[in-house]
Each structure stands twice: as C-alpha cells, then as structure tokens.
Design a protein around this ligand. Sequence first.
Ligand code: ATP
Length: 234
Amino acid sequence: MLTIDKLNFSYGDLKVLWDIDLEVHAGEIVTVVGANGAGKSTTLKNISRLVKPTSGSITFQGEELEKLESHQVVERGIVQVPEGRKIFPEMTVLENLRMGSYIKSARKAREANVERVFGMFPRLKEREKQLGGTMSGGEQQMLAIARGLMANPKLLLMDEPSLGLSPLFVKIIFEIIQEINRQGVAILLVEQNVFQSLKIAHRAYVLETGRVVLTGEGNDLLSNEHVKKAFLGM
Ligand code: ATP
C-alpha cells in the first residue's frame, strides 16, 4: 500500500533520515519506534508532504507522491493525526470534527461520519458543544483521532498518540487504534511507548539516528535483545 524506498531527508545542513526503506501493507498496523530525535516524526512529515524528501521515493497505492501537495495526499487517503494533538481550542468538539472533512470526497459523508465517530467515541458525543481547548489531554487526543477519521483515511499516520496521557487513557487509545484497524484502516504509528505499540503492531521498524536498524514482526521485536535493552529497560 505504502512503499518508502531509500528516503533521505535534511533540515538545511542537518541530515536526519538516511536511506529509509519502509512498507505498510493493507490491513496492517506498523509501528516505528526509536529514541527522541531518531527521525520518527520527520518520516511521517515526509509521507504527508509537510516536508519534501531530499531523495528517494514514496509511493501510495502505486502512485508516486512526489508531485503532490499535502492536501492532495489527504485526498488519496493518507491522513496524519499530528503530535501534540493540535485540535482547534476555540472550536467546539463538533466544529473540530467538521474541520476534518474539508476534502471534497469527505464533505458528502460529513454527517454520516460525525455519527460514526460519535459511535466510536461516546465521550466526544457527550461533549459535542464543549470547546476543544477545555477538554482533558486524553479527550483532546481522542478528538484529534476522530477528526482524522472524518477524512475517510485508508492509511492513518499517528504521531505519539499516547504521549502525556494517564495509564487509563493510554489503554483506551491503544484499543481505539486496534478498533480503527479492524474497520479496515491501515495504521502507521510512531510511539515512545515501545511495549504497548509493539504489542499491537503486525510489523515494526526501529529507527536510530535516522536509520532503520531493525525490522520484524511486533512480537519478535518485543523479545529481541537489543530492543529489550534499549527500549524496555530489561
Ligand atoms: P521525538 O520523539 O523527540 O519527536 P523523533 O524521532 O520524532 O523524536 P524528529 O522530530 O523527526 O525525531 O527529529 C529528528 C531530528 O531532526 C532531530 O535531531 C530534530 O532536532 C531535528 N529537527 C526536527 N524538526 C526540525 C526542524 N523543523 N528544523 C531543524 N531540525 C529539526
């Protein structure tokens, strides 16, 4: 579905991604783990065309993304749920959701999608008139995910969805990710919660200073000695 081939990227003189190869197949949850600054967020930004690769190719369903602007990437079905949530604090929950369906294909399905995401997130339904900025961190994260779903994604890019959340919300968020995946959406997940994210991943990649150093099935990586030492404190 998504194929990244020898992606290189620099911020000015600072090279942060080196020959990244990565694939997401239909139906998969793929996790990218790595320490702070390893280049996880930058990889997602290259896919959604918020930044442009220095070299290498990214194709989605057979189409090279090189000529596309970020809104066109969304139209193709790749939707990013950004780190830090970035909901609209002065808008209500419902208004935030509607903002998620700005692309043409999603606009038609807007009201049906509102009902669908409220079905998945009853807590948002209860708060539909509340201002986004007054919601708890976990609720804002739910809203950001729900807003992403409003664009009818085929592939959801998720940047640190569990960051800063209480253990209960972390659990809820990981359940939600699996539920979205069961509904047929492929997921590329960037996480510092290595244990949880490897547990739910079909496959995973370990990034270190901008390079893929390990890849395999989520369960296999959980028992990998390097992963245990570097990320699981074992
Ligand atoms: P974290 O988990 O801390 O967000 P990450 O693995 O997502 O880490 P990136 O955010 O992709 O890492 O950052 C990779 C490197 O690129 C870091 O060294 C970072 O300082 C640098 N970097 C990120 N954004 C910019 C920017 N806009 N300009 C310059 N350098 C940047």
